[in-house]
Design a binder for this molecule. Sequence first.
Ligand code: AMP
Ligand code: TRP
Length: 331
Amino acid sequence: MTNNDEKVIFSGAQPTGTLTLGNYIGAIQNWKALENDYQCLYSIVDLHSLTIRHDPKAFRESCLSLLAQFLAAGLDPERNTIFFQSHVPQHTELNWILNCVAYMGELNRMTQFKEKSERHKDNINAGLFTYPVLQAADILLYQTNLVPVGEDQKQHIELARDIAIRFNNAYGDTFQLPEIHVPKVGARIMSLQEPTKKMSKSDEDINGTIFLLDSDKVITKKVKRAVTDSENKVVYRDEQPGIKNLMTIYSKLANITIQQVEEKYTDQGYGNFKKDLAELMVESLRPFKEKYQQYMDNPDYLEEIYKKGAKRATTIAERTMKDVKEKIGLV
Ligand code: AMP
Ligand code: TRP
């Protein structure tokens, strides 16, 4: 135990499809390392996902599936509060209030908004624009100290901080100022096909992404086909982004340092390294897949977990909302 046990960690993930190895290494492994030392809340941010068109039936499945994936990845529902964002209405309540604090100008600068409006030209809805404000509400509701996310979320966390500062200055100290927590290694797992681009659920080239529920055969194939270079030397250098990325993955899954990976594979070519990496990946993900199926076969248990999570989260959220409402002068 450290003296951090009073500190709050909050993070959110959208229920869009299967988790990738990028989510696993960049987010969940990082979360697990924190569960003993902090008060951790993880939300499946279903309301955020409504900014993209969806099929209700498939969406519902995805939400439950993500919960099962969290549990299968080893998040302990006793030590962590795991819940659906839509089950705690204070998120949307605070969202409105913060909408009146956030500026159009700063929302307009968000790269994720620009990217998503480019990708979904026929559906640039208002929710997509104010998405980061709902995210700020998620974070600020729980008086969050640290937000463990990948690097791509930095801008959103900074915005949440700016909104908190502005609110506190206007109405008196109300919100804890959150900080981003990015792991040193693994913050950005790159595409296996385009190693200068982030590994993503929504990549058009599925060969670039390892999904946690991919079959052993598919995983092996994707690793074998991973883009490298002609150097044939397993060294960690920016000039070799492909091999650098594979080494990062190896180091995270085997829980050894990059240097140890380098030492292990000096004078061995890419072939051997890739073969070992594929095996390591398959073995690392096997227990995950088994547990996932067990959870999906047990919807009553999932319900028990998400209800308990929402109840715990609501207790904290209510406290913050009471303070917020008083501070801004709502009768
Ligand atoms: P998303 O898949 O965009 O909903 O992201 C869920 C969480 O995983 C966020 O904290 C992301 O920053 C993190 N994440 C997503 N993709 C990667 C990646 N390729 N490398 C590292 N972290 C990632
Ligand atoms: N926007 C985040 C993503 O795309 C998901 C998210 C929503 C989130 N609310 C959050 C992350 C609060 C951290 C904290 O990954």
